[in-house]
Design a protein around this ligand. Structure first.
Ligand code: SAM
Length: 264
């Protein structure tokens, strides 16, 4: 798929192509990233893209015309009816469900704002959707665009080294991910959960599923109530809760997680 980004700082957005999963996805042509700078669509010697706000007040506002010429050029190269998304703190909150819906599409255009934002008439005339990456205000939409691109890149088939990794990520099944461990098997008296060393894949999968349920119940009960649980999951979670100690901490080390494991 492709993502085009309209930004005053193209190099900042393009830097994502040099690293990790996004870099690999771009290198393998699983994702095509293209940037467009509204300054290239200005008509004055100063390449102005902003002006003072009507009504006074601090800061500057991105003008309609350079952005509009820019988006017209983008549309000429894009598929008909391409979705144009403005990254904005006032937009729909980005989440994994929204990203998964879009990850299978052909592509979309992201618009990164700067200053106090974009003249509202551009938003009315050219923007299809507004997406926010959270309830805080960034200085510009570039980091938000990079967040979207990174999260979309890892959902492209073949982008990750291990094909299953994205499926097991937090939010993919409405749950948080289970805890991970690597060598050494003990640090400062903290041992890797025994079950993970057992080689018994059925038990390992059961433990991981239980941990994911337990973690989600503790950290994000809202996710669990939206998702619901099967009878089997309910039983797993109840078992998880039974080993919750009296201080309100959960035992998340596997050897304490099941009655059976408890006696190992
Ligand atoms: C300083 S912000 C403008 C904030 C605007 N005055 C407001 O309060 O809604 C400049 C640009 O950063 C981007 N931005 C800031 N916070 C964001 C967020 N949480 N999610 C997505 N984009 C954001 C938007 O593109 C915005 O136009």
């Amino acid at each position: 798929m492709w993502v085009d980004v309209i930004t005053l700082f193209p190099q900042m957005v393009e830097s994502i192509a040099a690293y990790g999963v996004t870099g690999r996805a771009i290198e393998k042509d699983l994702l095509t990233l293209k940037t467009w700078n509204p300054r290239d669509f200005t008509t004055d010697n100063y390449q102005s893209v902003d002006d003072r706000p009507y009504g006074g007040g601090p800061g500057m506002v991105m003008q309609v015309e350079p952005l509009r010429r820019c988006i017209r050029a983008v549309r000429e190269q894009a598929v008909p009816h391409v979705k144009v998304i403005y990254l904005s703190p006032q937009g729909k909150r980005l989440d994994q469900t929204l990203l998964r819906q879009r990850a299978g599409g052909e592509g979309f255009v992201l618009v990164a704002g700067r200053y106090e934002g974009i003249d509202e008439r551009f938003v009315e005339l050219e923007i299809d959707e507004e997406w926010s990456i959270g309830d805080y205000v960034l200085s510009g939409g570039e980091l938000a665009a990079m967040v979207v691109i990174d999260a979309i890149a890892r959902l492209q088939p073949g982008a990750l080294g291990h094909g299953e990794s994205a499926q097991q990520d937090s939010f993919m099944d409405g749950l948080l991910d289970y805890p991970h461990y690597t060598r050494p098997d003990e640090i400062d008296g903290l041992a890797v959960p025994q079950v993970l060393l057992s080689g018994d894949h059925a038990r390992i999968n059961r433990w991981r599923h239980q941990q994911a349920l337990g973690r989600t119940a503790i950290r994000r009960p809202d996710l669990l109530s939206n998702r619901g649980m099967t009878e089997h999951e309910r039983a797993l979670l109840e078992e998880f809760m039974r080993v919750h100690d009296k201080q309100g901490r959960f035992q998340i080390c596997g050897h304490l997680m099941t009655e059976e494991d408890n006696h190992e």
